[in-house]
Design a protein around this ligand. Structure first.
Ligand SMILES: C[S@@+](CC[C@H](N)C(=O)[O-])C[C@H]1O[C@@H](n2cnc3c(N)ncnc32)[C@H](O)[C@@H]1O
Length: 292
């Protein structure tokens, strides 16, 4: 990490609190308190401790590896790039909200040595997306940019006449239903543009990439991306399923594992030509807006 990079491992609260801490200059070198690393273990996976249960995916080494692979896929889509918003090179302050492993924040800080890049993870309160956009809007400087990179949690057959493999269909229906019941709907990538506009952002663009699952495409670049995405999906099935299906929908671990295994088989089957949509959504706070 470059000098000047601020990477705060503390678990921050809402954007309001994050900004207030940064302004008080209290964000540097904060220590990690034991309650934050006092992780919980369930069904063989490790979960975050701070505000336990707020986020339903694990945080263990396997999950970090999956996020590493996913970071690689996002970069492949942009030919090595990290963002799509037309930002200027003399950035001052950058916030990576829900930074995970911090891969993106670290790469970004390497590319913009003059910027202070802050990565935060696991807030005590997960604001709804609409609230989150309002908070981002409030704290961005006029003219500042926000960018969200997120994929749809819905996979489709490449031939519209084909049906989805049965277990995959059941899996995505169940996981999405569970995420709604849990109160944090996963399949929101397609709504970001509309929500950003509603929050007051301008010049909002939603750049959508069709990402294959598997190396079925003819095109070499798509084949490479599809190969990585199939590996990623094989790793993603379990972390997305365990807590949401057992904790939220009350399935037994055996039934959950059985579905996970079937879905993995369907992802591994070269006959299944599948894809999903990855979104790069960015927008700007108007120059004339108030800066709080
Ligand atoms: C799917 S991961 C993405 C991580 C990273 N941005 C990346 O692209 O690899 C989502 C991350 O958001 C974090 N997270 C979930 N709820 C959060 C919240 N309310 N505030 C901050 N981070 C949160 C999770 O702990 C997790 O690390």
């Amino acid at each position: 990490m470059k000098p000047g990079t601020l990477f705060d491992k503390r678990n921050f609260g809402r954007v309001d609190d994050i900004v207030s801490d940064i302004e008080k200059n209290e964000a540097t070198c904060a220590s990690i308190t034991s309650s934050i690393v006092d992780y919980t273990y369930e069904n063989g996976r490790r979960y975050h401790a701070y505000h336990q249960g707020e986020y339903p995916l694990p945080n263990d080494a396997r999950e970090q590896e999956r996020l590493g692979l996913l970071h690689h896929i996002w970069k492949l889509l942009l030919g090595g790039g990290l963002y799509t918003a037309p930002i200027s090179k003399d950035l001052k302050r950058v916030l990576d909200f829900g930074t995970g492993t911090g891969n993106w924040a670290i790469d970004f800080a390497d590319e913009f040595p003059s910027a202070t890049v802050i990565g935060t993870d696991l807030s005590p309160i997960q604001p709804s997306w609409k609230m989150l956009y309002g908070e981002i809007y409030k704290h961005l400087k006029p003219g500042g940019w926000v960018e969200i990179q997120e994929y749809e949690t819905w996979i489709l057959p490449s031939n519209t006449e084909d049906e989805l493999p049965p277990h995959l269909l059941k899996w995505q229906q169940s996981v999405n239903e569970a995420s709604e019941k849990f109160g944090k709907n996963l399949n929101v990538a397609k709504d970001h543009k509309e929500n950003m506009i509603a929050a007051g952002f301008v010049d909002v663009e939603d750049i959508i990439h069709k990402v294959p699952v598997g190396d079925w495409p003819e095109d070499q670049k798509e084949k490479e991306i599809g190969h990585c995405q199939r590996l990623h999906m094989l790793d993603a099935v379990e972390p997305y399923s365990l807590a949401l299906l057992t904790r939220t929908l009350g399935w037994t671990l055996e039934d959950t594992q059985e579905l996970i295994n079937h879905v993995r088989e369907e992802f591994a089957d070269p006959k299944n030509h599948l894809y999903s949509y990855f979104h790069f959504v960015y927008g700007r706070k108007p120059e004339l807006a108030r800066f709080e």
